[in-house]
Design a protein around this ligand. Sequence first.
Ligand code: NAD
Length: 357
Amino acid sequence: MACAIAVLAGDGIGPEICAVAVQVLEALRDQGLELVFNEAPVGGAALEAHNDPLPPATLALCEQSDAILFGAVGAPRYDALPRPKRPEQGLLRLRKHFDLFANLRPATVFPELAHASTLKPEVVSGLDLLILRELTSDIYFGQPRGIHTNAQGLREGFDTMRYNEEEVRRIAHVAFKAAQRRRRTLCSVDKANVLETTQLWRDVVEEVAGGYPEVKLTHMYVDNAAMQLVRDPQQFDVIVTGNMFGDILSDEASMLTGSIGMLPSASLNARNFGLYEPIHGSAPGIAGRDEANPLATILSAAMMLRYSLEEAAHADRIEHAVRKVLGQGYRTADIQEPGCRVVGTAEMGRAVIAALN
Ligand code: NAD
């Protein structure tokens, strides 16, 4: 039976890059992949049409779907709106509604783009790591929090770092399963020498490890992990960590690759239902000009096939096609270099489709 994909293109370059990713998925129909696509508005587009960044009909469509392909939301003209009306609420509410607690961000450096990194090519060329960040708990959500005046009359800010064992257990399982599909090495990042919360994190990850004897588990303190990511990033396969450490480390890792237009992501819940999106935003400055790099969205579609739809062979096909077009010299403006063939969004999509066959 065909899988149903909710396509929430959103704002700015969202519609252009989603259209290309859908074309790439449709091109796999000849090779036996059956998908049905249904579009719905989100973010600023939904605000314009329905006065709500996540209209009930959009949410209902997502509930009836097997996965969500998401473009990007936001534009300067919405920045002054009250928080509940802001475009990004569309995305935040989807994460909350579907309990998308596992954020997967691969950082891959295609050898052809190794020079785009600020690090030496020999440090990053061929890099292929996956950061798994817990997305719904930790110090970002822990109570109590606030700013008050203390007994000495000084203003004092405070937050609460908090994880319960079930929250750690479920992200650990996702991490071990991801490592099983890759090079079977998992590094859990914490600060167990200082923080009780992350001592519990480490204990629970150790317990879960018993169910995955084929995966090699190591632990690393977050300060060391930040250093190792720029010193020798190739030592990592899968990294799993909490919300705050993951926020910081995943941005650091994305910069290893040097190009925001290349990086996909997935946010999954316990049923492997997921929202798949490029890590970049709506890039309003280049919207509608056929200049946006669609590869991050195409690679997000490949992640969707791998993680939510159990179609790993088709995911491999898309990833190989992307590698092939880069090898052929196709580049969008954001990753251009001397001697390459600069193409627009639509032509890059056509090149990937041609490379599928
Ligand atoms: P951005 O990622 O949209 O753009 C940063 C820079 O990268 C810009 O120069 C842009 O032109 C370029 N860029 C981004 N994606 C590109 C692509 N695919 N191809 C070529 N170049 C690309 O970040 P920003 O400028 O900080 O934010 C713009 C809007 O996007 C804001 O409204 C912000 O709130 C929103 N935003 C949305 C998301 C999301 O939907 N998940 C994420 C980040 C930012």
